[in-house]
Design a binder for this molecule. Structure first.
Ligand code: CO
Length: 219
């Protein structure tokens, strides 16, 4: 709360004013140029967690990355919100890279591992429960709860990278020869570092046959 006034969010408005002034001082053309167009090279699909802000941890400015965030960075084929972001990023902005980024210690992933009713969110987390069920035996071999949850965070990223690649949006982009790569990363909230999970895809030949809407030769 600001001491001089009653507006509970005045400190945020003040911070914003100082930030905009500083940006303009450094580059007077920064905002006018961005107002004309955005040309980000990257689409970030990440968790809504407040500790995982895309621009800040990538060291990128406004205009550099198109962002979609939801609880536990899930990509579901019936989620029009995520699909709309994906289509705009791929078809209109023509981003070159899609980064699906999970994070260790993800509350959504941990909740998906619990035998507990969390309410509405359980329907969303069900997507992660499917992955947990699929890899349950391997995950159970890990010695601690933290390691088991972190392993599922990684497996969730891998699954969501697959879901991105299986969309008609990404497959159609590849079929028309558009350069587009999909990557899976994970972020450590303990050290602020990103790790590449080495699950990158850049062509239709890399996805399982059953998911393909095109053959290798584009037919
Ligand atoms: Co999370």
């Amino acid at each position: 709360m600001c001491e001089k006034c009653s507006h509970p969010l005045q400190h945020l408005l003040d911070k914003n004013r100082r930030w905009a002034e500083e940006m303009t001082r450094e580059n007077p053309d920064f905002f006018p140029a961005l107002a004309k167009q955005q040309t980000p090279e990257y689409l970030w699909i990440g968790c809504a967690d407040s500790r995982v802000p895309a621009n800040e941890l990538l060291g990128l400015l406004p205009g550099d990355v198109f962002v979609h965030r939801n609880v536990a960075n899930v990509v579901v084929h019936t989620d029009f919100n995520c699909l709309t972001v994906l289509q705009y990023a791929v078809d209109v902005l023509q981003v070159k890279h899609i980064i699906v980024c999970g994070h260790y210690g993800c509350g959504g992933v941990k909740a998906a591992m619990e035998k507990k009713d969390h309410g509405l969110i359980d329907n969303w987390l069900r997507n992660i429960k499917d992955i947990y069920h699929q890899y349950a035996e391997r995950i159970a071999l890990l010695p601690t709860d933290e390691q088991r949850a972190d392993r599922l965070c990684e497996l969730n990223v891998r699954a969501q990278v697959g879901n991105v690649c299986h969309t008609t949006i990404v497959q159609n982009a590849w079929a028309r020869g558009q350069k587009l790569a999909v990557h899976g990363w994970i972020y450590g909230i303990k050290d602020g570092r990103l790790r590449d999970l080495k699950v990158s895809f850049s062509g239709i030949d890399q996805i399982p046959d059953a998911y393909r809407i095109w053959n290798d030769n584009g037919d």
